[in-house]
Design a binder for this molecule. Structure first.
Ligand code: MN
Length: 301
């Protein structure tokens, strides 16, 4: 099943080329703020799945091409993100020739970080670049995991029960040495979508292919089989620290091929079995601050 948020507060299931409107099943007025309807749909999914599947045949529908898709989960409790999580990417960040043993220690020993929830944007939104002279802003192509139920201290062996589904995710970042959360939390620096594909539609979590192009040129291509910290390990590690909630998003780390984007670029991310998003990059006016010029950091992080 492919679940979408659309038209600023409505919830739907993509069925072929239509969106079936299941907003009422979420029990949240589309005008209500904060927009937590999808979180409630996810939380109640086990008990509501039959109703949702009935709705696919009975509820009102609208052409997919006539709606504006939003970030599928607009108001999660948190966005957890893993750093460099594919050997080839760590090697490229280490000047191109890192050893596998050192790489594994670095990735699994580094833990995770958070991106601001407010950096989330959707498949119809542009990536808005802050006006930072002399800084590169990079794309990171990542698989997003959407958590389906509350849990703390989840063992790897039980982790799949907590995966609700998957979405495309871009972890945009200003390269530099400032605090990672600041460099990765500009508005629109976490595009997600175009929908959540529920986990039952993905046969093998350990063999999901993902790719990213900029202006049609292939920049990143990988499979989750090459993850250093696997999906079960990510769920165990993050839930060792904090309670995972329905709707939480885990960004699974980027493979090799990161690089700068500029205003006017078109970024396309595709994940097999999940979907594709095409996002224009535009120049914004807000975002300069003296903190960026105070640091002379040159090394990418
Ligand atoms: Mn990343």
């Amino acid at each position: 099943m492919k679940l979408v948020s659309f038209n600023n507060g409505r919830l739907g299931v993509v069925h072929g080329d239509v969106v079936v409107d299941i907003t009422e099943l979420g029990g949240v007025d589309p005008a209500f703020w904060p927009p937590v309807g999808m979180v409630k749909i996810i939380e109640a999914f086990l008990t509501q799945e039959a109703q949702i599947r009935d709705a696919i045949h009975n509820a009102p529908r609208v052409a997919l091409s006539d709606v504006r898709l939003d970030a599928p989960v607009r108001w999660p409790n948190k966005v957890v993100a893993f750093p460099a999580n594919y050997y080839a990417h760590i090697d490229e960040m280490r000047t191109g020739n890192g050893s596998g043993l050192i790489s594994r220690f670095k990735a699994s020993g580094q833990g995770f970080f958070l991106k601001a929830n407010s950096s989330l944007s959707g498949p119809a939104d542009a990536i808005v670049l802050p006006p930072l002279a002399d800084r590169e802003i990079h794309h990171e192509c990542e698989l997003g995991i959407v958590i389906g139920k509350r849990g703390r201290g989840i063992p790897e062996s039980a982790s799949k029960e907590y995966v609700f589904g998957f979405t495309c995710l871009l972890d945009m970042v200003v390269r530099g040495k400032e605090e990672r959360v600041m460099r990765k939390s500009y508005d629109t620096f976490c595009p997600t979508g175009p929908w959540i594909t529920t986990a039952d539609e993905i046969n093998d979590f350990e063999n999901i292919s993902l790719s990213l192009t900029v202006n049609g040129e292939l920049r990143q291509q990988a499979s989750t089989r090459d993850l250093i910290v696997t999906i079960p390990e990510m769920i165990a590690m993050s839930s060792a620290v904090m309670t995972l909630e329905p709707g939480d998003i885990i960004a699974t780390g980027t493979p090799a091929g990161v690089g700068p984007v500029r205003a006017g670029d078109l970024v396309e991310i595709s994940i097999d079995g999940v979907g594709t998003m095409r996002l224009p990059v535009v120049q914004g006016e807000i975002g300069e601050h003296s903190v960026w010029s105070a640091s002379k950091a040159e090394l990418p992080v």
